[in-house]
Design a protein around this ligand. Structure first.
Ligand SMILES: Cc1cc2nc3c(=O)[nH]c(=O)nc-3n(C[C@H](O)[C@H](O)[C@H](O)COP(=O)(O)OP(=O)(O)OC[C@H]3O[C@@H](n4cnc5c(N)ncnc54)[C@H](O)[C@@H]3O)c2cc1C
Length: 338
């Protein structure tokens, strides 16, 4: 179907793919997009193509086109949990964001498209007197990303309130998953185990008082502003909290701080002096800089405590392979020392 062509990455891409995507999503396809320019961590080389669908039908169409062209496809929300490789991404990045962000509320049931911004969703349902997701008000990502990661704060996960999830698989086929199908666990969901695009989710919330929900949200936001280094590009908590380690050593940030690593720099990346479980980009950091700090934090904490820290942040390889970032950091260290 496609002949040879070259994108800004210099690699052959099927000619016609970009034009076919343009026909499907007019005005919403960009070529050779700098990931350092658009990602939350401000890190990463170019992505060949970026497309922003605005309906489930368009998503199915994009999936079918990429599948028949044999081109890697990566789904992202706001990239707030992703570390892109310095080499960039050779494929099609599909961003589910503000163009798919409709919300409807019926009684205590909220149905929202995957691209809705979590702080907006938490505030909107709060104003409608619905309680349960206040803990997500300070999480700078989309509903789709949050459901995929079962993210949350204050030891909670969005999965507690998810009743249904609308998905599309790599063949472009739609399915609706119930809560049990999603197998939510701490920062885990069944959707991480196979390729699916989340297009929408249904949440069942509790009735509450809009004013007290608003106060709770304001308190949560103020506490996050005090605790987290929000002024420099970052990806939130880099390492997951392990219950066994938490009970004896404390949370990852505490363990890293105790190891004397707060403020440590590699190139333009730094273990935040404000919160040691954050790695901030001081300006022009590379993925390699960040992986170096991840590797040092892991091995130093292991030497002191006997616990390996594992990453919440996911690394995106040039072919779109998603892996917890510590796995890539460990490989890099092994390569450097061999
Ligand atoms: C300052 C800061 C604070 C943070 N605080 C928290 C916190 O308190 N708690 C917490 O849990 N996280 C936190 N995070 C991490 C991050 O915001 C969450 O993991 C968030 O839910 C990711 O959403 P996203 O839209 O940015 O997803 P992305 O980072 O774009 O993607 C994350 C994963 O989900 C997949 N994905 C995204 N959208 C879809 C979709 N529609 N369909 C299928 N797959 C999809 C991606 O492929 C990727 O694997 C924080 C991040 C930052 C920068």
């Amino acid at each position: 179907m496609y002949a040879d062509g070259v994108t800004g990455s210099g690699r052959a891409m099927p000619v016609g793919l970009s034009a076919a995507l343009d026909r499907l999503c007019p005005g919403r396809v960009r070529r050779s997009v700098s990931l350092a320019g658009i990602s939350r961590w401000k890190v990463g080389g170019p992505a060949d193509l970026l497309v922003e669908p605005q309906s489930a039908e368009e998503i199915s169409g994009v999936l079918r086109l990429c599948r028949s062209a044999g081109v890697p496809l990566l789904v992202v929300g706001d990239t707030s949990n992703l570390l892109f490789a310095d080499e960039g991404f050779r494929g099609v990045m599909m961003q589910i964001g503000r163009r798919m962000a409709a919300v409807s509320i019926t009684g205590t049931t909220v149905t929202a498209q995957a691209g809705v911004w979590m702080p907006y969703l938490a505030a909107t349902v709060g104003r409608a007197g619905l309680s349960g997701i206040e803990h997500t008000a300070g999480i700078p990502g989309t509903l789709g990303g949050l459901v995929m990661m079962n993210g949350g704060s204050q030891r909670r996960g969005i999965g507690e309130h998810v009743s249904r999830v609308w998905t599309i698989d790599e063949r472009g086929e739609a399915a609706i998953l119930g809560q049990a199908d999603c197998r939510f666990a701490y920062r885990r969901s069944a959707m991480q185990d196979r390729f699916v695009v989340i297009t929408a989710a249904e949440l069942v919330l509790e009735r509450g008082d809009a004013r007290s929900i608003r106060r709770t949200i304001i308190d949560i936001m103020a506490s996050r502003r005090r605790k987290f280094p929000l002024k420099l590009p970052n990806c939130g908590s880099v390492f997951l909290s392990d219950p066994a380690m938490y009970a004896t050593v404390g949370p990852p940030g505490h363990a890293i701080e105790q190891a004397g690593l707060k403020g440590l720099r590699a190139g333009q990346a730094q273990i935040s002096p404000v919160h040691a479980n954050f790695i901030v980009n001081l300006g022009g950091a590379t993925a390699r800089d960040i992986l170096t700090l991840i590797g040092i934090a892991r091995s130093t904490v292991f030497d002191r405590t006997g616990f390996w820290l594992n990453c919440e942040v996911r690394h995106v390889g040039p072919d779109g392979t998603l892996r917890p970032a510590h796995e890539v950091a460990a490989t890099d260290r092994a390569e450097q020392t061999s």
